[in-house]
Design a protein around this ligand. Structure first.
Ligand code: NA7
Length: 542
């Protein structure tokens, strides 16, 4: 049986819920198809102990509904996964959205039919849907990298992936645990496992610069102040480079004598989280000299915290600060002072396989384990889209069209894929995601509204606009010495963490969130220049 909706939205996280609300405003019938059993997206799947936001709660939420902002009481500056998941459930119920969300439904095919101007969406359960508008809301970090190590089947203990963490609590008490991966996920999980496990062996390939989160409870007065100031908060997110509610530092490194730079870094280190990056020097990510000073500052913190000099050395990165996505931690470095925690570098002694009893390295050492935890990261930006097998007018899938490089218009639309819209698609920015999604959904809503008003039913970017945007994204990356350096550090910003993934492609818009919002506004102000609106019945361009 095939059911028709005006819009099908794939994914029930921030992007899916926000899009569903938008379709309601547009008067469209819509269905969200979500693989999980509940809402939350990232915050549904990544339920490993210690999972929490790295963005401050009051900006990591839905901004479109002030009632929601006012009625939800965040309890912490950086809420944990259970609280964010509870927030999602509250949001969809408060906005009466749940009835349009279908759970336990994984999409594995989306095909555009030019003759009828419809998309057919199929699921792994054999259901099909047709729709006019198809919105992918699958998240930029959804397709988790599976352990590539031979022998895993023979392992006699338990193993798990952080991105598919079981709903039942995992008991580490008294167990030997081997944990692989020290990205943002591993950094959150390690201190929690360290507390419970008999022995924790961390296998690290590339060290990261970890700044303390300085998480704290939100006192009633602070929460009340936040609620009173939401207009100001959203105005700040409009213009801040990462869409956070922070003011620019208004300080360049040249404004401060070099021998006082560390005092500025001290303030950032105490403020915690991304404030270290965004409230110290506004040129931190573009000026390599002050960047190296920040890097050395963090390295000195590591050397001061970690008692064993050899372990401290292994934890010290040598690349640019921000060359990889910097994680935020709570007692991360302190964990390596525990007697039951051992750090092993696999940078030059790679993991070769998993044995019946543990994880083997190239030199033959086996690290014994009752439990192996894999926190290996994601095939960012294109991975989840590839799973949907999206086929456009010429029958090609997106991954075929995008071989060797994706080209999109505004990270939202693709030429040859009419009425298809992406959220957190390739060439959109990496920034405070709910805010980026909100702006992107407004753009999509605006385009559909224009189509409605001019009687068009086919929206598609021109090939020229997509090509120009791709060139623009390339140029932005070319200017970014620090981000570009991540290729040698397996950075997922560049697709360098996935074997065989194209390195010539540009996966993100690196002009900052505010720059991206400015570009979206620019397109809208020019009546969606770059998008064509036509009537399928007569193909007349409006
Ligand atoms: P990340 O940041 O991609 O981290 C993955 C980690 O796994 C990282 O330390 C990798 O080392 C490590 N890894 C991956 N494959 C291997 C192999 N084969 N051997 C050893 N180590 C390996 O993913 P996260 O889930 O931590 O964070 C993703 C984002 O989610 C995060 O930035 C937030 O935005 C939310 P590497 O650094 O590649 O050498």
């Amino acid at each position: 049986m095939t059911t028709h909706y005006d819009a099908v939205i794939v994914g029930g996280g921030f992007a899916g819920v926000r899009s569903l609300w938008e379709t309601r405003q547009l008067g469209l019938s819509a269905r969200v198809l979500e693989a999980g059993t509940s809402v939350g997206g990232t915050w549904y799947w990544n339920r490993y102990p210690g999972a929490r936001t790295d963005s401050e709660a009051w900006t990591y939420c839905f901004s479109f509904d002030d009632k929601l902002c006012q009625e939800w009481n965040w309890t912490e500056r950086f809420p944990g996964q259970p609280e964010v998941e509870a927030y999602f459930n509250h949001a969809v119920d408060s906005l009466d959205l749940r009835k349009d969300i279908q759970f336990t439904t994984r999409v594995n095919g989306c095909t555009y039919d030019e003759a009828s101007n419809t998309w057919t969406v199929s699921t792994t359960d054999g259901e099909t849907f047709t729709c006019r508008y198809l919105i992918s809301a699958t998240g930029l970090l959804h397709l988790a990298l599976k352990p590539p190590f031979p022998g895993l089947d023979s392992f006699r203990g338990e193993w798990m992936m952080t991105a598919k963490w079981p709903k039942e609590p995992v008991d580490f008490a008294g167990k030997k645990v081997v944990l692989i991966g020290t990205g943002a996920t591993g950094v959150q999980l390690i201190p929690v496992v360290a507390r419970d496990a008999a022995q924790l062996t961390v296998l690290q390939r590339t060290p990261n610069y970890v700044v303390p989160t300085r998480n704290h409870a939100l006192e009633p007065n602070h929460l009340a102040e936040i609620k009173r100031n939401y207009d100001k908060i959203w105005a700040q997110t409009d213009v801040q480079v990462f869409a956070f509610a922070m003011d620019a530092a208004n300080r360049m490194s040249t404004d401060v004598p070099k021998d006082q730079w560390n005092q500025v870094f001290d303030a950032g280190w105490e403020a915690g989280g991304f404030r270290f990056l965004f409230e110290t020097f506004d040129d931190l990510l573009v000026n390599t000299e002050v960047n190296e000073a920040a890097a050395e500052y963090v390295r000195n913190k590591i050397r001061a915290i970690v008692k064993d000099p050899a372990t401290a050395d292994l934890l010290c990165p040598t690349y640019y600060y921000g060359g990889k996505r910097p994680p935020m931690g709570t007692h991360y470095y302190e964990s390596f002072n525990r007697e039951n925690v051992k750090l092993v570098s696999v940078a030059n002694n790679a993991i070769t396989d998993v044995t019946e009893t543990g994880v083997r390295l190239a030199d033959g050492t086996v690290h014994e384990a009752d439990v192996i935890v894999f926190a290996l990261g994601f095939d960012a930006m294109t991975g989840a889209l590839a799973q949907m097998n999206v086929r456009g007018t010429d029958g090609r899938t997106l991954q075929e069209k995008w071989n060797p490089e994706p080209a999109t218009f505004m990270g939202i639309t693709v030429d040859g894929y009419p009425n298809f819209f992406m959220l957190s698609g390739p060439q959109s920015p990496f920034a405070n995601i709910p805010v980026v999604i909100d702006k992107s959904v407004k753009f999509i809503g605006g385009a559909i509204r224009k189509a409605q008003s001019v009687g068009a039913d086919v929206i598609e970017p021109t090939a020229e606009a997509a090509s120009a945007y791709n060139e623009h994204c390339k140029m932005l990356l070319d200017f970014n010495t620090i981000i570009k350096s991540g290729t040698s550090q397996h950075s997922w910003f560049l697709g360098a963490n996935v074997e065989g993934k194209s390195q010539s492609a540009v996966y993100f818009y690196f002009g900052g969130a505010a720059g991206f919002f400015g570009e979206l506004n620019g397109v809208m102000e020019k009546d969606f220049e770059g998008l064509s609106f036509s009537k399928h019945a007569d193909k007349a361009v409006v």
